[in-house]
Design a protein around this ligand. Structure first.
Ligand code: LLP
Length: 390
């Protein structure tokens, strides 16, 4: 599954570095990230996508400042969805012209701030376009925008994380998008620089991307006919990773091929916004087993982390592999790996067959570098876990 996690001399290592000393030194629960893995994933992306592709890292996946600075040092831009994220990436040294501001609910304050800083705004509906136009006019400063189309393709992923289907709140149908482009073309305060889409997250098949590109020719034609000139297409992110043994890695080369064909045909620059693909496999959440509790029905390993630190299992029924830091030996037992939170949704792993576990041992919850710490909360007034980048 995660090729960067391996036992070496009986101890679990991330990109060759043993995790036990880090957990012992900094205490648990702790998110441990590997710079080396992020770098490897970045190389994979660059190898697959055509030269000249502009990457904006989807910051929502992981907003750790050290990670942001590392990614910026690799000449990657940022995709943000709130004023909080925007201020954080500016503080971490991202240049305004390397940032895209997406999201369906931008407030006046957020739009004003972005226009003043010359940040590209992804427009999601007619009302937002009119708000941007009004604010740009009052600030006497041009707003740079990209128009987000909802390509209406089935992303075949968890319903909570599809975004490019007509029933989702994201992007505009072709008719609305053309209307917006016509309205904006009458204003000298708004410059349309691109067309964007994003079809959902944790995609493991290349098909929806290929479908989306083939659908987009129609809207590009219509925009050209209405004399809207723009220079880039932003295909969003969504490239998944295999969390389970049964899942196959996504074929980036097929997506890149469709993207290349499209950008060549229309003479456009290619932008993309990977989040999970870059970060997920770079992080583990190390937790301590507080108690082993055997009931008539189940064996529980009660650990010092849970749904408050990693929401994905409780929220989406997501699977994360769980491995002991010291390679197990004894007999195989089926465990429920649960946290301290006062509700039964608080299970990090259900029905896991593991070598016999003992109180005081460490477990690693795998593939949590994306959408892990960023979704953590203080529920039950539990403190947040630590984060360490190695
Ligand atoms: N661009 C846009 C406009 C997005 O909405 C997203 C993610 C991305 C890029 C990055 O997608 P990625 O490459 O990371 O799949 N909390 C959920 C994931 C929500 C993703 C929302 N949008 C999870 O834990 O699975």
């Amino acid at each position: 599954m995660n090729p960067f996690l391996k036992y070496i001399n009986g101890t679990l290592c991330l990109a060759g570095k043993p995790l036990h000393p880090v957990a012992a030194r900094f205490g648990t629960p702790v998110y441990i990230y590997s710079k080396e893995v992020i770098n490897e994933k970045l190389l994979e992306l660059r190898e697959n996508f055509p030269d000249g592709t502009i990457f904006h890292y989807a910051v929502k996946a992981n907003t750790n400042p050290q990670i942001l600075k590392f990614i910026r040092s690799k000449k990657i831009g940022a995709d943000v969805v709130s004023l909080g994220e925007l201020k954080r990436v500016l503080k971490c040294g991202f240049k305004p012209n390397s940032i895209v501001f997406s999201g369906v609910g931008k407030s006046e304050e957020e739009i004003r701030f972005a226009i003043k800083k010359n940040i590209l705004l992804n427009i999601e509906c007619l009302s937002e376009a009119l708000r941007v136009q009004k604010l740009a006019t009052s600030l006497k400063k041009a707003a740079r925008v990209s128009l987000r189309i909802n390509p209406d393709v089935d992303a075949d992923t968890h319903p909570y994380i599809t975004t490019g289907f007509r029933e989702n709140k994201f992007g505009m149908a072709q008719e609305e998008l053309i209307e917006v482009s016509q309205k904006l073309s009458q204003s000298s305060c708004v410059i349309v620089e691109g067309l964007s889409f994003h079809i959902g997250s944790q995609r493991l098949s290349d098909r929806p991307y290929v479908d989306a590109f083939s659908k987009l020719s129609e809207v590009v034609n219509a925009l050209k006919a209405s004399h809207t000139h723009f220079k880039h297409i932003n295909m969003g992110g969504g490239f998944g990773i295999p969390y389970q043994m049964s899942e196959k890695p996504i074929l980036l080369s097929e997506i890149a091929r469709a993207a290349k064909e499209f950008t060549r045909k229309w003479g456009l620059e290619l932008h993309c916004e990977p989040g999970r693909y870059l970060l997920a496999q770079s992080g583990v959440l190390v937790t301590l087993i507080e108690y082993i509790k055997k009931t008539q029905a189940k064996n529980f390993a009660i650990v010092n982390t849970g749904m408050h630190h990693l929401a994905r299992p409780a929220l989406y029924g997501a699977f994360h592999n769980i491995l002991p830091l010291k390679q197990g030996r004894g007999s195989i037992i089926r465990y429920e790996i649960v946290g301290p939170i006062c509700e039964s949704a608080d299970a990090i792993g259900k029905g896991r067959d593991l070598h016999e576990l003992n109180e005081g041992e460490f477990l690693a919850v795998c593939d949590v570098g994306a959408y892990g710490f960023v979704m953590a909360s203080n529920y039950n007034l539990q403190p947040l876990p630590k984060e360490i980048l190695v």
